[in-house]
Design a protein around this ligand. Sequence first.
Ligand code: G3P
Ligand code: CA
Ligand code: CA
Length: 308
Amino acid sequence: MEDLILDLPTFVRSCFNDPGDFLDWLKTFNYVGQSCKDIKERYGVQTDGLYYLKSKTGIIYETYCDMTTDGGGWTLVASVHENNMLGRCTVGDRWTSQQGGSSVFPDGDSNWVNKVTFGNAEGATGDDYKNPGYYDIQAQDLSVWHVPNLVSMENWKKSSIARYHTNSRFFPRYGGNLHGLFQHFPLKYKGGVCKTDNGPSIPIVFDEGDAKHLREMYGPRTYAGTEPGYVTFRAFNTEQAALAICSGVKVIGCHTEHVCFGGTGYFPEGSPKQCGDFAGWDWSGYGTHKEWSATKTITESAVLLFYR
Ligand code: G3P
Ligand code: CA
Ligand code: CA
């Protein structure tokens, strides 16, 4: 037993093939920060990848940091992944409802406004993900990546079909993060009407792709109801279902279920045909990119959400 204790450093070192990997592993324990921004500022690290963070209440968790885009310091806090368009507000629809798309549970699972966490960073393109940073980090801006499903972490950045961020430091006006923003703008079925009661639309700048191409990944019939170059929060549709986030667009129309994701757990139009994390993205056929349907590419990509 004593031999093992004396040899522990040798044993740990032997778990790594590459001395560089061993050093990287050691370093992760030396970094202390509540966000990737803290770690970037304190230690000057410039490598994208997994880091340990510690929440205000002492939860230690591991997530992905984008340490390079626009100066870096972006913390991955969540991903929204559609696992099955045919499962309407069923298993895997954590950002809407896993309870069947019924008027019995109109407000859905409430994960946009609670402190429940799920998934893991490396699995962010294969399932939904939410870590304590989602509610714990006081942020200024949001960054969004659309990454094809099941792409491995080391390839996320280069495989993204679109990457953008806000740069207006809008979060402090709305509670400092998405958790706070959705307290200001509750995702409540019948909590408002389309156009007039929507939450803010914030201008974005692109790090990969461009505003026009992202907007055109949604169904052609949605174009009249959107403007490219924004991210929009809490957009009601005609039937007063509330959608959480409309990525890449300002919403000026009412058929928001075809361009926005997440939200309430009951969508009256064609119920339950529009329910799910990507709601009505397949209204005119799955991945057809005809009429109201989005392309297969964006339908089969996870949406990764970062704070800085
Ligand atoms: O969201 C589209 C739906 O409300 C109306 O579709 O094709 O009947 O105009 P359509
Ligand atoms: Ca999901
Ligand atoms: Ca509609």
